[in-house]
Design a binder for this molecule. Structure first.
Ligand code: CAA
Length: 383
């Protein structure tokens, strides 16, 4: 078993770490408070090909291996989780499914501007009555000549406020949603396309999460991704990869929470010595560090397995489940170490605490991850 990173992977991690420290760290608090999408940094990330990690080289992508991909998402999220989320959703559940299921024509048209970061991608699955139960969507796409007439009400769309290219799920057979479940490439600006209200979320506030509404929106038939009825498998395949990205994001949040807690524990003096000299604090720091490391290993293992090919559902669900719950626990312990200051917006641990919580919910709640894992374990047991 070899746990070492290649030279190239180490170089990528170092480069992203530097970038996050110099470009993102000074802005993280401000963009969270203002709920602002930082285009100035996004442009720089585009130049570094962070938006093309999951796209093939021939379409302007970087075709990054999955371990390097996780290292990038982790290092960005360590400093600014909202930007880690932007990159993860853009790459894993927008660029990747187009790369995987798109026709040559679709890839040629949509991938280059997505890979360069000139256009941002989003994934529109969730609806008011279809969250964990994704097969309950009510959005429809009725074939009409050379178009589909799409009516959809999608909510909690990450990147929604800035996305230009959206993968949207709707059924072509309203009477049989599962049979008609299909994926469409929808462009912002198509008549009938409306960006709804921004969600007033607790965390990840620099990411413009919002609803997307399509009213009698005519989408060309050439924008069907895969075949009619393939949509659910496309969504699940995208989420299998997406969950590794969210796991890496959670590892970054956990590591960031640990970083600021270590610093605080060394600086803050109580009972005449720094907090770091108190065993009660040392115990917490030790548990935090161990949990972060365990989540990182599970995440990198899922990434490694992805690059080897084969079924990814169980390993990505395990990584996402463990890493997201770790991030919440570690951030909570970090708040405790900070005491009253941990509850104040003046200290970054409060932001990690809010951001961590979302990772247990999006791209499948912890309960859904447990369902996916248990089903797989039971299948193996039966085999
Ligand atoms: N890969 C490929 N196919 C898969 C699959 C996978 N990982 N998982 C299931 N399928 C296939 C099944 O084989 C089955 O195919 P057949 O009908 O041909 O047999 C079909 O899909 C239906 O599968 P299930 O019977 O397992 O379906 P289910 O209704 O029991 O639900 C579920 C499965 C795992 C619970 C799924 O609904 C799920 O993952 N739900 C959570 C959805 C989710 O993650 N939502 C978050 C959305 S995005 C977001 O968070 C915001 C954002 O902006 C990114």
């Amino acid at each position: 078993m070899d746990f070492s990173l290649s030279l190239k992977q180490k170089q990528i991690r170092q480069m992203v770490r530097e970038f996050a420290k110099t470009e993102l760290a000074p802005l993280a608090k401000e963009i969270d408070e203002e709920g602002r999408f930082p285009w100035e940094v996004v442009e720089k990330m585009g130049r570094l090909n962070f938006f093309g990690m999951q796209a093939p080289r021939q379409y302007g992508g970087a075709e990054t291996d999955s371990i390097s991909y996780c290292l990038v998402i982790e290092e960005i999220s360590r400093v600014c989780a909202a930007m880690g989320l932007t990159l993860s959703v853009h790459n894993s559940v927008a660029v990747y499914p187009i790369s995987q299921f798109g026709t040559d024509e679709q890839k040629t048209k949509y991938l280059p501007p997505l890979a360069s970061g000139e256009k941002i991608g989003a994934f529109c699955l969730t609806e008011p009555n279809a969250g964990s139960d994704a097969l309950s969507i009510e959005s429809t796409a009725i074939p009409e000549g050379e178009h589909y007439l799409i009516n959809a009400n999608k909510i909690f769309v990450t990147n929604g406020g800035v996305a230009d290219t959206l993968i949207l799920f709707a059924s072509v057979f309203p009477g049989n949603v599962k049979k008609g479940f299909s994926a469409f490439l929808v462009e912002r600006g198509t008549p009938g396309f409306e960006v709804g209200l921004l969600e007033n979320n607790c965390g990840m506030r620099a990411n413009p999460v919002c609803s997307i509404i399509l009213t009698d929106c005519r989408v060309p038939k050439s924008n069907l991704l895969g075949k009619e009825g393939d949509g659910f498998k496309i969504a699940m395949t995208a989420l299998d990869t997406g969950r590794i990205g969210i796991a890496a994001q959670a590892v970054g949040i956990g590591q960031g929470a640990l970083d600021v807690s270590l610093n605080y524990a060394k600086e803050r003096v109580q009972f005449g010595v720094p907090l770091s000299r108190h065993q009660a604090i040392q115990v917490m720091l030790a548990d935090m560090g161990t949990m972060v490391e365990a989540a990182r290993l599970l995440t990198l293992q899922a990434a490694y397995l992805r690059d080897q090919g084969g079924d990814l559902s169980c390993s990505s669900a395990m990584a996402k489940l463990f890493a997201s719950e770790m991030a919440s626990k570690v951030a909570t312990m970090g708040v405790q170490i900070h005491g009253g200051y941990g509850y104040s917006k003046d200290y970054p641990i409060e932001r990690y605490f809010r951001d961590a919580r979302a990772t247990e919910i999006y791209e499948g709640t912890s309960e859904i991850q447990r369902i996916v894992i248990a089903r797989e374990l039971l299948k193996r047991e039966e085999a």
